[in-house]
Design a protein. Structure first.
Length: 368
């Protein structure tokens, strides 16, 4: 195993050269790997006067890095203006991306690697999971405030960096294709899960239908609303800033709300199955609606509980499709049935949501 010193000796020169491409008036000291992100390689850049974050954009996920960066600069510049109007601190409440000395949004190396840089927000940290109801409420307030601040931004200015990302009916078609192809001969092993999805397939398009009918507006959405994408002040655990803006694009507010419930309010129960934690659900709903209750349309309000259900269904469908396709996307070094187990967990949460639907809707009404 190579030592930390080896990493430093072999890489400092390269990092120094990359950092020098950006518009910062500071002296490079060292670089350190940062965080556990699954998509982009991320480093903390330590300079004499400040700390920065340097990221290499994952070209396997984001095929058009320029579109991602144009989105990021447009969104953060808008947020900065909004925060200033509110009397807030734009250097802490949104990310401050730094252009290259040539004025570009990112630096491209001769090897076709793409790097971006932003100023690190001090005295703040990301929570890996919603450990408490207070954390859930604060994270929800941050994402709600993000959506509210972006309400008057023209979403058509943004590129769709991950096409059809929350098109659940499209994901259903992908599953059906994977079932028919059955390239790994796994379909017979997951017939209960396939039937579970097929029995619910007619209910997957309600959000898209409402958008087409003009009942739900297209908004600027984050599309990765897990609590680890909110920086919290270390001393108070109050939300400071929403981060990881790669997937910001036009969408539906319900995608963000529903996926946050899916990722943050699901729990492992005593019997070993997964389910919905209603206390966490209520805490997140309370925080989100404290910012967004006056901005949502009637149909958006009606479909809030449904959005948690359908985002959980969509995630399970993705895992099941990947299992049938030979684990192309989601498993790296895991067991052969890892994707199937993940799909089963999502479907267990779906089933529990169906049992708790009335309670979920009662909680939502409580905060309007």
């Amino acid at each position: 195993m190579q030592s930390e010193n080896w990493w430093k000796k072999e890489n400092m020169k390269d990092f120094r050269a990359i950092v020098a491409k950006f518009q910062i008036e500071d002296v490079f000291i060292e670089a350190r790997p940062l965080g556990h992100g699954a998509i982009n390689d991320t480093y903390e850049i330590i300079c004499e006067n400040d700390h920065y974050v340097l990221q290499e954009i994952n070209r396997m996920v984001f095929k058009h890095p320029a579109d991602v960066m144009n989105n990021l600069f447009a969104v953060t510049e808008h947020l900065k203006k909004k925060i200033e109007e509110e009397g807030g601190d734009p250097k802490r409440e949104t990310l401050e991306y730094i252009r290259t000395k040539e004025g570009n949004t990112m630096h491209q190396t001769p090897e076709k690697s793409y790097y971006r840089m932003y100023r690190m927000i001090q005295d703040a940290e990301a929570m890996e999971r919603m450990e408490t109801e207070e954390c859930a409420e604060h994270a929800a307030q941050a994402f709600g405030k993000f959506q509210k601040r972006m309400a008057d931004f023209d979403s058509s200015r943004l590129s769709e960096t991950l096409p059809r990302y929350h098109d659940t009916r499209y994901q259903m078609k992908q599953l059906l294709n994977a079932i028919r192809a059955d390239v790994c001969g796994r379909a017979s092993a997951c017939q209960p899960q396939i039937m579970f999805v097929l029995e619910r397939s007619e209910k997957l398009g309600m959000i898209k239908e409402a958008m087409k009918a003009g009942q739900i507006p297209v908004r600027v959405t984050h599309n990765d609303t897990k609590c680890s994408n909110v920086l919290m002040k270390k001393s108070t655990k109050q939300a400071v800033c929403v981060i990881d803006l790669d997937t910001v694009m036009p969408g539906c507010a319900l995608y963000d709300y529903g996926d946050a419930i899916r990722s943050g309010a699901s729990v492992q129960r005593e019997d070993g199955t997964a389910g919905l934690d209603l206390s966490m659900f209520e805490a997140y709903t309370r925080g989100y609606l404290s910012e967004m209750k006056d901005s949502l349309t009637v149909r958006e309000k009606e479909l809030m509980a449904y959005s948690a259900w359908v985002m959980t269904m969509e995630c399970g469908i993705r895992y099941l499709t990947d299992y049938l396709s030979g684990d192309v996307h989601f498993t790296h070094g895991e067991t052969e049935d890892a994707n199937l187990k993940k799909a089963i967990r999502q479907f267990q949460v779906v089933l529990d949501m169906e049992h708790k639907k009335e309670k979920m809707e009662e909680i939502i009404r409580r905060y309007f």
